[in-house]
Design a binder for this molecule. Structure first.
Ligand code: 13P
Ligand code: SF4
Length: 311
């Protein structure tokens, strides 16, 4: 605890000296969330990046979030505590294959989830996050042929709520695919008063058991604003920290993983970032996120389009 307090103090001091700002995603370790200047879902982190005045942005999240901030703020130094913090969903969609998929479906509008590499963003017409996916898809006329990638679960969910028939890339996130539908149903029976909160990256069978489906920010808002006292949470367990902080009197139960011996409802990539790495990253101003200039220029357009639609 003493070490943690010392590190936190040193980080806050360095941050001021260097005119840096710390952004953290809801899946970060609690001690990082508590230290951040801003905490949010992927959309909020992108929106906040666009308004920042500091010289250095430290993005405590995964690589695609760092890349998005760098593309939005090319003149700033963007740091990430651990550059190897990838994303299994982004990895399930390599740019050359996605390009082939686009060529096989000429005349389609390409809508991509932000959980993608900068190269995939550069191939897209507009980006979405789980907060604004429905709004952005519905901003196109109903007959518009659309390719949606890379998350098949989010794509299926958006197809079901909008009545669209978007062509889906077959990608998924390893964290959201590992929840057990049977164990969740059993937990619901044990806690009949609990509401189930689920992220749309979860498969359809699981979403059928959910009382509320939404992005991390939407689930947090629902838990805080609705008059229920108990929730089962089917998304990465880091979000429980903010839920518990905002609603200390309510009960939050993590949805059970299929394999009860592992902490599979944690995103191992998100958890690569630690206080120690955050301190070193501010001290040495590395590792830095860089996106090749031509890719960044092409990727900025669909990001800006997303930010405009979701203003
Ligand atoms: P949100 O946009 O809901 O924060 O989700 C990000 C993410 O990585 C989900 O796995
Ligand atoms: Fe990627 Fe899944 Fe981790 Fe989110 S939880 S960053 S989608 S691997």
């Amino acid at each position: 605890h003493e070490k943690r307090a010392e590190l936190s103090e040193a980080i806050t001091r360095l941050k001021k000296e260097k005119n840096a700002v710390i952004l953290a995603h809801y899946y970060q370790r609690p001690e990082i969330q508590d230290l951040a200047d801003y905490i949010g879902d992927s959309l909020a982190l992108a929106q906040i990046s666009a308004r920042l005045t500091q010289d250095i942005i430290v993005l405590c999240g995964v690589n695609f979030m760092g890349e998005t901030a760098k593309i939005i703020c090319p003149g700033k130094k963007v740091l990430i505590p651990d550059l190897s913090a990838g994303c299994s969903l982004a990895d399930s969609c390599p740019a050359p294959e996605f390009e082939k998929f686009i060529k096989q479906n000429p005349g389609h509008t390409v809508i991509s989830y932000v959980n993608t590499s900068a190269a995939v963003k550069a191939l897209s017409d507009v980006l979405v996050t789980s907060t604004n996916a429905r709004q952005i898809v519905e901003s196109f006329p109903p007959e518009t042929p659309i390719i949606f990638g890379p998350d098949r679960n989010l794509g299926n969910y958006i197809n079901s709520v909008t009545g669209r028939n978007m062509k889906l890339w077959n990608g998924a996130c390893h964290v959201h695919e590992q929840f057990s539908v049977e164990k969740l149903a059993e937990l619901k029976r044990q806690h009949p008063d609990a509401k189930v909160l689920a992220h749309p990256e979860c498969p359809k069978q699981l979403l059928l058991l959910a009382d509320k489906t939404g992005s991390t920010a939407a689930l947090l808002k629902y838990a805080a604003s609705q008059p229920f006292n108990k929730f089962i949470v089917a998304t990465e367990s880091g979000i429980l920290h903010q839920m518990q902080k905002e609603c200390p009197e309510k009960t939050f139960i993590p949805a059970p993983p299929a394999d009860s011996t592992c902490a599979c409802n944690e995103c191992s990539f998100m958890k690569l970032n630690t206080l120690e790495k955050l301190y070193n990253c501010l001290l040495t101003e590395s590792p830095e996120v860089n996106v090749d200039a031509a890719t960044a220029e092409r990727a900025l357009k669909p990001i800006e389009r997303m930010l405009q639609i979701s203003e």
